[in-house]
Unconditional design. Sequence first.
Length: 217
Amino acid sequence: MLGSAGNDNFYINESNSYLRGNGNAFLNYASAFDDVSANVTGSGGTDTTYAYDSVNDDIVIAGETQATIDFNATASPGVNITAQGFGRVDVYGGSGGADQATLYGSTSDDAFTGREEYSYMTGNGGAFVNFVKDFANVIADVTTGGGSDKAVLVDSNGNDRLDAGQAGVVLDFNASGPSDPNITANGFASVSVYAMKGGDDEVYFTGSTGDDRFNRR
């Protein structure tokens, strides 16, 4: 499916997908296809993708120029949906399964927000936004990019555990027993974490091989 010079919206679920383009001037619909791609690269307009998970374990990988979805990834691995060139991609979980999303940054300034309910990456100074809601595991990765990258994480109302080191930060909501990461932020120069919802939260810091300083307020 190809976009127009106007505003295009791409709608996705496991059973069917459709591209509504140029301000509703046309609609292209696909049902029961194994693989569906929508490309609006260079088309112009304000283009958005809206996707909904399956009842199984799904995997989302989203970056500056492309987002992919693998429905039922455990039993049937392989990309089912590809969205290229969309300025915003919203993916909604909650239907079931242990869904995982990996959000990549750009070579410019990126900002990531991670919460129990939702997470999103705003990349390249706001040129794109990739948003996921109700995902069990979200990884934000800017290790291969550049720019000044920042992450903000917020706790849950349960007992949470934060592990932070030079390479990355891991936040486990409602932590109990073995580590079960819910939010992972890798490669960010600045990470701010706020414990504001309650619970008995724990933090573990690991230093670097250089000179480190710890301040508590």
